[in-house]
Structures are given as C-alpha cells and as structure tokens.
Design a binder for this molecule. Structure first.
Ligand SMILES: [Zn+2]
Length: 577
C-alpha cells in the first residue's frame, strides 16, 4: 500500500512539473503553491489569468480564472468568482499519463471560450446558464415548487412552513391551497401562513441579469411584456395593480433543444405598498430599494414534471392508479420500483403486520416491527415521494373486493404478489383479461423467480393456465423450478415459525422484472401475455434435498427467459370473451 501511495505521489509531482513547464513557456509565474498567474491574449486584449493546479492534478483538471472586471464585456461560462466553466468537474475521462497535453488542451479551450464570448458568438449560452446567474444574487429567497409549470399563466399560492430540521421558515408554491396543504401533510409539516402568488408563462426566454445586478421593476416588466402575448401582460399588470402586498411571481419559459421549462422567481412590490411605505419607512427598512428593485427568488422544483424525467421515471405511469396486492418482500420492493418509475397513485393492500423475521428481506426495516405492512410501507414511500399519492388498505384482498368492488377493476394496473396461490387464482378468475395485471412470485432458496403479465383484452393465457392437476398431488404450478409435491417451507418453531426460504435479492430481482413488465403492460406494448422466469443458482436447493422440476432443463444458472407460449387450451380462460 505504502509503495503504491509513493508511486502516486511521484506521478503527481512529475505531472505538476510538466504542467509548470508549459505555463512558464507561456509566460506564467508561480504565485502560490500550485497557483500560476499570467495573461492570455484574446482578440487583441491581454486578460489576466490564473491557473490553479489542485493537489489532485492530473486526475482532476486545473481550475482557470479570469478577472471578470478586466473583461470588456460580460461573457457566458464565467462564474461570479471568475472561474471558467470549461468541462464538468467529474465524469470526463482524462489521459493522466499526458499531463502537459491535458493542460495545453484546457488552455486552448479557455482561449476559444473567451474569444467566442468577446465576439458575442455564444450569447445564447446565457440562457442555458440562466439559473446560475439568477440564483447567485446576494439576497435570494428560496422557494420549493410543487405545481405544474405548464401554461397558462395563473394565480398560484405560496405557503410558508417551518422546516423541522433547521427551524427556519420555508415556502412552497402550489396550484392551490388544498394541494399545497396535502403536500405538507404528506411530509408531516404544518403551514404557518400563505399568500397569493402568480405564475407567468413566457413564450421566449430573456437574458438573465448579471450576478448581484439589481433588477429594476421596470426592467422585469419589460421582459414580461416583450416575451409574452399582450393579453397575458395586460392581465398580469391588472393583477399587479390590484395587489396591496409584495408577492411572488414565478416566471416560466421554454429553454434548450427539448424546450424544457426553466423557472425563476421574483418578489415584487406593488406601487401602492411603496407609496405607503416611503411615507413611514420605519416598518420596512428595505423599502427605498424595494420599489426600484425586485428580490430574486430561487426556485427548487419538486413537481413531477421536473423530478420524473431526471431520474429515468416515466410520465406514462404518472397519471395511473396502481393497486399492489400483497406488501411482502416482493410487493414492497415492487411498490418502491413502481413509485421510483413515477406511478402517480399507488394503493397498497395487505392485512399482515411486519415481523422481525422479515427485517432482512423487506423494504421496511426494524423500526416497523409490529406495524401493519401496508400502513408502514405507505408512510415510507410517501416520505420518499411526496409528489406521488399513496393509499393503503389493511383488510384481506377478498374483503376489499367485497367492500369496494370497483377498486381493482377500475385500476390501470394491478400487481399481485401474495405468495398464496389460492388467492392469486381467485383474483385471476375475477379480473380475467379486463385489467392490466402482473403476478410475481419466487421459488425458494435462490432457485429463481417468475413474473406473469396480462395485457388488457389479450386472450393468450392466464395465471390459471400455469397450473396442472396431478391425481395424487393436486394442483401445482408448472412454471416452478421445484418439482411438485414437496414441502419447501421451513420452520424453526413449529407452525408459528413457518417461512418460505428466499432472500431479499431473490425478491428484489423478481420485483425489478415485474416492474419492467408492468410498465410495458400499462403502455399496451406486449400484445400477448408473457411469462418471465429467471433461474438462479440451484446449489442451495439441491443441498437441501429439493428435487427440481423438468422446466429446469431449459435453463442455465443466471438465465432469463420470456415466453408467450404458456396458454392451456383447456383452461377456464378460453371462455372469457
Ligand atoms: Zn388460463
């Protein structure tokens, strides 16, 4: 280890020497330990320039700074402290064996960036960096946004609450008071006050003001007027004249090649407030500046339209209601995957209470022992995803069917993983081909897992099709990797300690496949119903003396198979038309 560290150190020293040679040849002088000063000549102008080789060069690129005040005009990609944004700090592959070339390359990039900036060729990039400019001002209010930022322009509410961890006041902007309150309730937060805000939708973006540059009210109004329709502007101006309190206006506009919404905010003060205040300026010390300037509001977006696409979630599921029947190891993992995929509303059904036995294979952990699984899982998911809706039922699914007969059939997707074949068969016969549906289950001891997807209106096999009847053994699942007629449950303490031996990984792997198939089913992609099986490692099962089924012959360990050929021509489902 020590020798390795020594080698790294000498590599770094020689990289820094090579870099220094390049800089000295360009007329740079060492100012401090790893800081070099010089000038770069850009479009005939000498610009003071600093290069800082951090302790981690050549693995981390040097940081380059210009003196912003010495630039003849504002150019994009220069931060408030003069740092040039040339490449992202992480995620790029640097050829660390050629430190001199790496430095030359980065200096060339800096030169070209400054040239383009001074010639005005990349002025459009100010828009890309809008948030960086807008949010860097000295006194910025922060605001979380939970409403949709799509048009039209409209009134919204800004609700204040106390952040429990910091004790500081915070605010969120919602479509209306009700949705804002619901969002706060989901996070166990209480609103302290609310005010009326406004969402102003521009058809075009505007160039952001410089860091810390004061924004006169007239200028803001000019941006609004010049980048939206006259009617929109008139409505807003009327609203502004009516108000008698400072209020927040959120400004949304399309940017980038995909025309995504960028949102910034401003707290503006109506003239009526200012004239009152300037007479008695005591209550509001900032008043003299306030009428001329606006206070910038930095917007943190928590709305589904922003959060979902950023993490590979899908808008398809966001408008859907998903029912999860069974919140055991698979069901809990599956509901977490569905929520992560953006399912807008998830109803969790499970009558059981979470017990210590499941701590190592369930999405819930130790603190939830003794709590009903559906309730605890709802709480856990709601905390993770406050912009999604969750509900729970702590009755058995048969009871739910009896009391709310339309709940399951009106769902956009039903996922079933109860680990009870009798009930799953009953649900299969009830839901038929009328509701998109997924069944998921595992074989014991890491043997594998299975997912069956049923598309709406398809007539190509059902869950019951997988079952065969043996004269001696009764019904058995043909998809299973375990030969029929064996007891695979284990017990440590008689009937009370009865459990099916499988791991969190088995459950989660099955849940992941189930979530992917579920999405396809909701999107209506597979025309046929599908049986997916993954085969794990049979060693554990064989060691326990479990006989494997004939189906295993088609599988190697680690193999995944999806088939549409599983329908039984004698099954009940052939009559479901
Ligand atoms: Zn069938």
């Amino acid at each position: 280890m020590n020798q390795y560290l020594n080698e790294l150190r000498s590599l770094q020293e020689s990289a820094c020497k090579a870099a220094e040679a390049v800089l000295v040849a360009l007329g740079f002088k060492r100012e401090k330990d790893d800081e070099f000063c010089g000038t770069l000549k850009v479009t005939g102008i000498e610009i003071p320039f600093r290069v800082i080789l951090h302790g981690s060069f050549p693995w981390i690129l040097p940081h380059l700074f210009v003196e912003r005040e010495k630039l003849p005009k504002r150019i994009p990609h220069v931060e408030a402290n003069g740092k040039l944004c040339l490449l992202p700090d992480t995620g790029i592959l640097i050829d660390s064996s050629r430190p001199a070339d790496v430095l030359r390359d980065i200096l060339e990039r800096a030169q070209s960036l400054l040239e383009k900036g001074l010639r005005g060729e990349n002025a459009g990039d100010f828009i890309c960096e809008f948030q960086a400019y807008w949010n860097a001002a000295a006194s910025v209010e922060e605001l979380g946004l939970i409403c949709s930022v799509d048009p039209p322009s409209r009134e919204i509410v800004v609700v204040s609450y106390e952040d429990p961890s910091s004790g500081q006041p915070k605010q969120i902007a919602g479509n209306d008071l009700r949705s804002a309150r619901t969002w706060l309730q989901k996070r166990a937060l209480k609103r302290s006050s609310f005010e009326r805000g406004y969402l102003y939708h521009l058809t075009r973006p505007f160039i952001p003001p410089d860091f810390n540059e004061a924004v006169p009210t007239e200028e803001l109004f000019a941006w609004l007027k010049n980048n939206s329709t006259p009617a929109m502007y008139t409505c807003f101006k009327w609203e502004f004249d009516q108000r008698d309190q400072p209020f927040v206006v959120l400004i949304s506009f399309p940017t980038g090649p995909n025309r995504e919404w960028t949102v910034c905010g401003a707290r503006i003060t109506p003239k009526s407030v200012y004239s009152n205040l300037s007479e008695a300026n005591l209550e509001y010390p900032e008043a003299p500046n306030y009428a001329e300037r606006i206070r910038r509001v930095s917007v943190k977006r928590f709305d589904a339209g922003y959060l979902l696409p950023r993490a590979g979630a899908t808008q398809t599921l966001n408008s859907k209601q998903v029912i999860v029947v069974g919140c055991g190891a698979i069901g809990s993992a599956l509901s977490a995957h569905l929520a992560a995929m953006g399912a807008g509303r998830i109803v969790l059904i499970d009558p059981d209470t979470f017990s210590a036995d499941n701590v190592h294979r369930h999405a819930l952990g130790f603190p939830c022992i003794g709590v009903q699984k559906a309730r605890a899982l709802r709480h856990s998911l709601q905390t993770r995803f406050p912009h999604l809706d969750f509900e729970h039922r702590t009755e058995r699914v048969e009871k739910v069917l009896e009391e709310e007969p339309t709940l399951l059939e009106s769902a956009d997707l039903v996922v079933i993983s109860i680990g009870d074949e009798t009930i799953e068969l009953m649900l299969n016969d009830t839901l038929r081909f009328e509701v998109p549906r997924v069944h998921a289950w595992v074989d014991p001891l890491g043997l594998g897992g299975h997912v069956l997807s049923i598309a709406k209106g398809s007539h190509s096999g059902c869950y019951r099709c997988l079952f065969d009847e043996d004269p001696k053994l009764g019904l058995f699942n043909k998809a299973s990797f375990v030969a029929p007629g064996q007891e695979v449950h284990q017990t440590f303490a008689g009937c009370a300690g009865y459990f099916a031996p499988f791991s969190y990984q088995d459950a989660d792997q099955t849940a992941i496949h189930a979530a992917r198939l579920a999405l396809q089913v909701v999107q209506g992609a597979p025309a046929k119903n599908l049986l997916l099986s993954w085969f794990g490692d049979p060693k554990g099962a064989i060691e326990r003396g479990i006989r494997l089924s004939h189906r295993v012959r088609g599988f190697d360990p680690g193999m995944l198979r999806i088939t549409a050929e599983f329908a039984n021509p004698y099954c009940l489902c052939t009559n479901w038309r």
